[in-house]
Design a protein around this ligand. Structure first.
Ligand SMILES: Nc1ncnc2c1ncn2[C@@H]1O[C@H](COP(=O)(O)OP(=O)(O)OP(=O)(O)O)[C@@H](O)[C@H]1O
Length: 236
C-alpha cells in the first residue's frame, strides 16, 4: 500500500459531543497530506470541539475517525501522547510556561516525548527556531517577547516532532493585523514544506485573500466548500 496517498485525517458519520450534547452531527470529511484548510463558523458553532475531538481531548463517541493512522474510537489513553506527537497543536490555551526560557519550554516538550540526547535536543530546538525566524530568542523568557514572537514560539513548539498536520485554533486572533499577516505567512511556508494545516479562524480577510478549501460549522453540520456552496460573508 502506498501510504503517501492516505489522507492525514478522515471522519465518517461522526458526532461531535460536548458532554452529552451533540454539537455537530453526521460529520464527513478528510484532509489530504499537503492540504491547507480553513475551519469557520460562528462563535459556539463547534470549531474548537471538532479540533479537540481530532486530538483526543474530547472522546469520539459516535462515528469513525482516523487521525495520522490512529482510530479515534479505539485509541487507548496511553496512545494519546503518540497521536499528539504526530499532530502539532496550536491553541490559545496551550501557552508557554512563563517561568521558563524559550529553550526550556521547547526542551520540556522534547523530553516529555521521549528525546534524551542533549545534543539532538539542542539541534532540534535550533532547527525549529530557524524555521520560525527566531533563533535569537533561544535564551529569552516569554515576557521578553512580543505577542507575535510568542506565537512563533508556540508554532515552533508544535513543529518539534515533525507533525503530519497542524491543528490551529484562531492562531492570529489576538494579534495586530500586520503581525497576524506574518504568522499566517509562516503557516503557508510550513504548509509548502509538506505539513497539512487545519486552521480555525474568524478572519474574513484571510478567507477573501486565500482561496483554500473551507469547512464551515453551521446549524449542527459541517459543510465542505468542495461539496457545498459555503458562504463566508460578514456574519459567519
Ligand atoms: N467545556 C465545555 N463544556 C460544555 N459545553 C461546552 C464546552 N466548551 C464548549 N461548549 C459548548 O459547545 C458548543 C460548541 O462550542 P465550541 O467552543 O466548539 O465553538 P467554537 O465554534 O469553537 O466557538 P468560538 O468561535 O467562540 O471559539 C457551544 O454550544 C459551547 O457552549
Amino acid at each position: 500500500m502506498d501510504f503517501s496517498t492516505q489522507p492525514v485525517l478522515s471522519m465518517t458519520q461522526a458526532t461531535i459531543f460536548q458532554g452529552e450534547n451533540p454539537v455537530l452531527t453526521d460529520v464527513n470529511f478528510s484532509v489530504e497530506q499537503h492540504e491547507f484548510v480553513f475551519l469557520i463558523g460562528r462563535t459556539g458553532s463547534g470549531k474548537s470541539s471538532l479540533l479537540k475531538t481530532l486530538y483526543a481531548d474530547l472522546p469520539l463517541k459516535a462515528g469513525h475517525a482516523e487521525v495520522v493512522g490512529y482510530n479515534l474510537s479505539k485509541i487507548k489513553t496511553k496512545e494519546v501522547p503518540f497521536l499528539r506527537r504526530k499532530i502539532g497543536i496550536i491553541f490559545q490555551d496551550f501557552q508557554l510556561f512563563t517561568d521558563r526560557s524559550v529553550s526550556e519550554n521547547l526542551a520540556f516538550v522534547l523530553k516529555a516525548t521521549g528525546w534524551t540526547d542533549a545534543l539532538k535536543i539542542r539541534e532540534r530546538i535550533s532547527d525549529v527556531l530557524l524555521q520560525v525566524g527566531l533563533v535569537d530568542a533561544l535564551n529569552k523568557m516569554p515576557h521578553q517577547l512580543s505577542g507575535g514572537e510568542q506565537q512563533r514560539i508556540v508554532i515552533a513548539r508544535a513543529l518539534l516532532n515533525n507533525p503530519s498536520i497542524l491543528l490551529a485554533d484562531e492562531p492570529t486572533g489576538n494579534l495586530d493585523p500586520d503581525v497576524a499577516d506574518g504568522i499566517f505567512k509562516l503557516f503557508q511556508e510550513i504548509n509548502k514544506q509538506g505539513t497539512a494545516i487545519l486552521m480555525a479562524t474568524h478572519n474574513h480577510e484571510l478567507l477573501r485573500k486565500f482561496p483554500y478549501r473551507v469547512l464551515k460549522c453551521e446549524k449542527g453540520k459541517l459543510l465542505d466548500s468542495q461539496l457545498h456552496d459555503v458562504s463566508f460573508g460578514s456574519s459567519f
